[in-house]
Design a binder for this molecule. Structure first.
Ligand code: CS2
Length: 489
């Protein structure tokens, strides 16, 4: 079967790319060209170009560690398809907003040049939690990280923060004008955090480089906060075969997603920006509240379902939420533990939001695996669950349900074979684990991991007791006993 490309697509006369390709000019550099970016950020940008007629927002997409997406997209002239799965799905869509795909690992200097180009006014990023290289003890850039050190030493930068900061430095030298850096990862205050990390990188450079760079950043670069939302599972070979049948062409870069998508952005841009509001993005002054709601309600219950599901042998999130006890655990987490600790944005109604989240999890067509959502737990549980634990403990309440989710993560870590744990901290976690996997051994061992649990949490007797209780239930009672304890315990 022929590959999707400008020429083959025109020849099929079937599904068309709606954007006039020849008119699109690059305007955005996107770091982290994974499935999420192609199904979310790129879709908002493409639709904004279509709606506004301003075609100056073509995307230069950069891959981080692997060049797989570059190999998928380059032979296809950057074209790929988005397939929606579930009720109210739109028809297969051919996306044409990616004008160049660059391997950040193999061509870091090109990345710096693209960020520095006068035509670029926005850098967006979806590099996942671990891509930020945060030192959990300081909450700032981990300057002890080997790769960060190499980037600081002046090698062609391989970390995202190194690429952005070196790109900005080059921009300052070339006088390329203002830049807005838009983080689209599930981190509280993601824009503020990115600004802090960029400044930390710049400050760690030799003084004669650092001070003019920091001054230029203050005057020319902004870092708006955003909240992003769309469930995007990993594309399977079955998905590729489906697309091939519909399109009549082979698309190796295809992505699938739920129909729902949302983007809330702080309107704090240093220069030009796409008219994302024309494609449904919401510009808000209250992004922190949106982000907290999404992270602590949706992402937290997503993680909970992943680890409970993994303990009970459920392959997908839809299978896990179909279990009435697991669904109840999610409801209790959201209503009893999370909602009392956050202020919702005025546009959100708690009941409706939580109901909608559970409906979205139930989408059977999506095939979002518990393994995928459960990956990188060491990077996720602090943001998604431990903030809720802390806030409840501080208020004198028992974080019963958040503790269940954390215990389920511990059980996942303790029962997954060492080489199968999908987590950047896998080896550090494995080292801590005792030989057996019962509660009294595992819970204290993992609580000792200071980059995940701070001293206050690790020594809180009430929290430790909850973890021991839930861990033992998961480990001894089997899925049925666990369900009983959730529903009637
Ligand atoms: C998920 C998220 O994999 C995960 O950790 O919780 O990717 C989730 O699907 C998105 O944040 C939804 O917007």
């Amino acid at each position: 079967m022929e590959r999707l490309s400008n020429t083959t697509l025109a020849a099929t006369g079937g599904v068309a790319a709606p954007l006039p390709r020849e008119s699109i000019q690059p305007g955005i550099v996107h770091l982290g060209l994974g499935a999420f970016a192609r199904a979310h950020t790129a879709v908002f940008t493409e639709n904004a170009m279509l709606a506004s007629g301003d075609f100056g927002w073509g995307i230069v997409g950069v891959t981080q560690r692997s060049d797989a997406v570059v190999r998928q997209l380059v032979p296809q002239d950057g074209l790929y398809t988005v397939t929606e799965r579930g009720g109210n799905s739109a028809p297969l869509h051919v996306m044409s907003s990616i004008v160049e795909a660059v391997s950040g690992r193999d061509n870091p200097e090109t990345v710096v040049q693209r960020i520095a180009a006068r035509t670029t006014s926005v850098v967006t990023l979806t590099i996942t939690e671990k891509g930020y290289r945060i030192d959990p003890r300081t909450g700032s850039l981990n300057v002890a990280d080997e790769q960060v050190q190499a980037d600081l030493a002046g090698n062609p930068p391989l970390t995202a923060l190194g690429q952005i900061t070196r790109g900005i430095q080059q921009r300052a030298r070339q006088d390329s004008g203002p830049l807005t850096v838009v983080s689209c990862d599930n981190l509280p205050g993601n824009g503020e955090l990115t600004g802090k990390l960029v400044r930390a990188f710049a400050s760690a450079l030799p003084h004669e480089e650092a001070s003019p760079l920091l001054a230029w950043i203050d005057a020319n670069v902004t870092f708006p906060n955003t909240m992003v939302d769309r469930m995007v599972p990993a594309t399977t070979s079955g998905d590729l075969a489906d697309v091939e049948r519909q399109l009549g062409l082979r698309d190796e870069g295809a992505v699938v997603a739920e129909p729902f998508m949302q983007w809330v952005i702080e309107d704090n841009f240093a220069g030009r920006r796409p008219r994302w509001e024309d494609s449904g993005a919401l510009f808000s002054t209250d992004v922190a509240a949106w982000e907290a709601a999404k992270l602590r309600l949706l992402n937290a219950s997503h993680s909970m379902l992943a680890y409970l599901g993994l303990a009970a042998g459920k392959a997908t999130i839809a299978d896990a939420v179909a279990d009435v006890s697991f669904r109840t655990a999610c409801e209790r987490l959201m209503f009893d533990d999370v909602l009392p600790t956050i202020d919702l944005p005025s546009e959100l109604d708690a009941e409706t939001y939580c109901k909608q989240v559970l409906e979205r999890f139930s989408n059977p067509a999506l095939g979002h695996t518990t393994a995928k959502v459960g990956s990188d737990g060491s990077q996720k549980i602090g943001l998604r669950l431990l903030s809720t634990v802390r806030d409840n403990l501080d208020a004198g309440r028992e974080p019963r349900w958040a503790a269940l989710a954390v215990a389920a993560w511990m059980h996942h870590v303790a029962t997954t074979p060492p080489d199968a744990l999908d987590d950047p901290m896998a080896s550090e976690l494995q080292v801590l684990l005792p030989a057996g996997h019962d509660a009294s051994a595992v819970v204290p061992a993992l609580l000792a991991r200071r980059s995940v649990f701070d001293e206050g949490l690790a020594s809180n007797a009430g929290f430790v007791q909850l973890l021991m209780h839930w861990y033992a239930v998961i480990d001894h009672n089997g899925p049925h006993g666990l369900g009983n304890e959730i529903l009637h315990g």
